[in-house]
Design a protein around this ligand. Sequence first.
Ligand SMILES: CC(C)(COP(=O)(O)OP(=O)(O)OC[C@H]1O[C@@H](n2cnc3c(N)ncnc32)[C@H](O)[C@@H]1OP(=O)(O)O)[C@@H](O)C(=O)NCCC(=O)NCCS
Length: 176
Amino acid sequence: MRLEGNRIVLMELTDGDTADIVRWRNQEFVRRRFLYQEPFTSEGHRSWIKNMIETGKAVQFIIREKETDAKIGSVYLRDIDRRNLKAEFGIFIGEEDKLGCGYGREAAELITDYGFSVLGLNKIFLRVLAENERARKSYQRAGFTEEGLFKQDCVLNGKKQDLVFMAKFAGEKRAE
Ligand SMILES: CC(C)(COP(=O)(O)OP(=O)(O)OC[C@H]1O[C@@H](n2cnc3c(N)ncnc32)[C@H](O)[C@@H]1OP(=O)(O)O)[C@@H](O)C(=O)NCCC(=O)NCCS
């Protein structure tokens, strides 16, 4: 399965992507922006594939840049809740020179469209560290709006951090 965008394509994740996923997710500029900051391992990722992807609890794609055909990161919907028609969005671009090029926004638009039209979801939400301004901006440009600020919601490396919840709903107009 592939989701075609203007400058990127989302390719369904395969086991062959494991080394890239582990490398990207362990990059310092990625890892320290996630709530789960333990190092990623191939074993851990394969167990995620087995328990989450293969059981339909999550869908995950590789982000491929069309211009170079290079794989640059990954985007997913997790904890797909078919009763309440919602799921949680996650993303990382692991190639540092590809940050801030609009790819995150496009990947978010493609996977949320897929979540609404193919999976039949009503709500896609995300949690982001308040200090991650680039991510918040990208999500906002992809049509997510802020639902709430949760103050001092987690402690990472000894620092109390605020969390922002954002969401996007089926049938909402596309952001300009
Ligand atoms: C978060 C992430 C997916 C966003 O994707 P991206 O392709 O880098 O971001 P985009 O280009 O779509 O959008 C970034 C926006 O923030 C702006 N921006 C860039 N750096 C910024 C900064 N330091 N502070 C504020 N805004 C910034 C850009 O100008 C752009 O806004 P614009 O479209 O109005 O010009 C990507 O940066 C990433 O993977 N980062 C590392 C891991 C991470 O943070 N993951 C998310 C955890 S919740």
